[in-house]
Design a protein around this ligand. Structure first.
Ligand code: ITT
Length: 183
């Protein structure tokens, strides 16, 4: 089976390729821009994106909208994670978290999958914390400042290990349970 992963982020593609290879699903990186509506729910962004892509004739694809939600910042950057990463970046988040003892944060990944004419939407989660400094060189985005175990950042984990514990890995496992019902 081949699934197109529609994203501008090559880091996501690498993670999907690794996570789905054990299910004999091949990944085709597809870059088609689609509007990301401004809303407080990742699922709304994904459902809207799927409608847009299906209307353009695309089938058998995955899209992914993810966000990092920081407790002490009342869930910020959350659905604004892409904009915040592009503007203030990891250094900006660390500045906002200076002198903050509550480091609790979570990552969420919403996957929308269109397969054999059916739509599946799942939400994966990973609880963790914001580190005090950037660490590691793997991964992308917020990986150097996010840790699931308080010890190593996501950017210090080999991809197989990140997929085992991450929001995206969790979402893929939920997705596979649903795909098994469709195929
Ligand atoms: P597409 O929307 O084109 O798929 P994007 O990178 O804009 O790519 P998102 O909107 O889902 O993706 O991501 C929001 C931000 O969160 C963005 O800056 C990502 O780099 C970051 N992000 C998403 N998943 C992440 C992960 O697993 N680790 C670290 N940062 C992540």
């Amino acid at each position: 089976m081949i699934l197109k992963v529609v994203t501008s982020n090559p880091g996501k593609v690498t993670e999907y390729r690794e996570a789905l290879s054990s299910f004999s699903i091949d990944i085709e990186h597809t870059r088609i821009p689609y509007d990301e509506i401004q809303t407080s729910r990742l699922e709304d962004v994904v459902e809207n994106g799927m409608e847009h892509l299906k209307a353009s004739g695309l089938t058998d694809f995955i899209i992914d909208d993810s966000g990092m939600f920081v407790g002490a910042l009342k869930g910020f950057p959350g659905v604004y994670s892409a904009y915040v990463q592009r503007t203030i970046g990891n250094a900006g988040i660390l500045r906002l978290m200076e002198n903050e003892e509550n480091r609790e944060a979570n990552f969420q990944c919403c996957i929308g999958c269109n397969l054999k004419g059916k739509d599946i939407v799942v939400l994966g989660k990973c609880d963790g914390m914001i580190l005090k400094k950037e660490t590691g060189t793997e991964g992308f985005g917020y990986d150097p400042i996010f840790s699931h175990d308080g010890k190593r950042s996501f950017a210090e984990l080999p991809i197989v290990e990140k997929n085992r514990v991450s929001h995206r890995g969790d979402a893929v496992r939920l997705l596979m349970k649903e795909i098994e019902k469709v195929v």
